[in-house]
Design a binder for this molecule. Sequence first.
Ligand code: NDP
Length: 391
Amino acid sequence: MREELKDAADFGWNIAEPGFDWQRLLANKDREIDRLNGVYERVLVNAGVSIFHEKALVRGKNEVLVGNRTVTAKHILVATGSWPQLPDIRGRELAITSNEAFHLERLPARALVVGGGYIAVEFASIFNGLGVATTLAYRGARLLRGFDGELGTRLGEEMARKGVTVALNCNPVRLTKDGTAIQVELNNNTRQSFDVVMFATGRKPNTAGLGLEAAGVKLAADGAVVVDNYSKSSVDSIHAIGDVTNRLNLTPVATAEGMALAKTLFGGTPTPVDHENVPTAVFAHPNLATVGLSEEKARERHGKVDIYKTAFRSLKHSMGGSEEKIFMKLVVDAASQKVVGAHMLGPDAGEIIQGIAIAVKLGATKAQFDATIGIHPTAAEEFVTMREKSA
Ligand code: NDP
């Protein structure tokens, strides 16, 4: 929003110095979440679902203790999600996680975000965008491990350009109280104080104390429910979907797993979930989105690949003299000429990659991308006009 206000000014609008009200954001966010929870609950109740707002303990293949009442069922579905994980360092109780970030009484003046995954880069971007002096500390050399390497590198550069202090190969080793602040000792032997330290160091499946193992359900070392392609656990009557299975932890994937399970159990059509070519977006600033294989993964899987890429300043942003670059990359399997990966860093990347994902899922070739006419002047048209191989 702050960047949009600046863009508007660059296009001639007179915008007063924008002020930000954290309390108003929190109040509106709470109201919106209450509204959504109400909608979901009404949909379920109207469909005839009984809801117990109580803790559950699986007591057998077909039995769950809910509060102090026993409920029996032909099928049990576990969808208990995941919970933030913190590294085992001294003083970690002084830190928060993404659970608490939108409940802070005040917007901090200085924030440290630890981690280099989705949540870390998104929250570092949010804090920075709201005017907080923000440091992102990541133990690795490049953000977003597992994504196309160039996206991670470029995201770090663009975030730094927007004002985030991006500290790579950097990890906290100890947190201590420093008045109302928190002093953080880093692995490079420096100390720095922050008002808020947030760990975004991964999440763990929520299975502790659920009674699953006693009921015979096999759990992986990280606590995830082990399931087959039909989301069935090692017990025939118990299924699991979503983050608790630690497959591909994204909301729409969990929804797809749920729909597939409904078809399998009640629709008479056994339906596996296809976890290939799932598009995903990271809502950092700038946004980033991707579908298919990174260049690194594609080289592993296909051997020879053709790479097409482009980096350019958008017309909209260049009006105000911004140096921000949009980056796009297509990864093509050299033998079949199919586009096996599409990657973008830049505004609305998620909106753009959603459409590209259909083509990738359908197995479109580079020639078919090229035969598609661009929409001018958009950023997205670059995906159908990249002609020069870069590798
Ligand atoms: P991720 O697993 O994506 O990232 C965890 C990060 O923490 C990695 O950079 C990891 O480093 C680092 N880390 C792990 N352990 C330690 C440690 N002991 N010390 C220091 N650093 C550590 O988890 P997130 O918490 O970011 O996100 C959780 C899930 O939520 C993801 O699976 C994601 O899919 C989902 N999500 C999706 C969003 C979206 O779709 N836009 C938004 C937010 C969340 P390393 O890489 O070196 O292992």
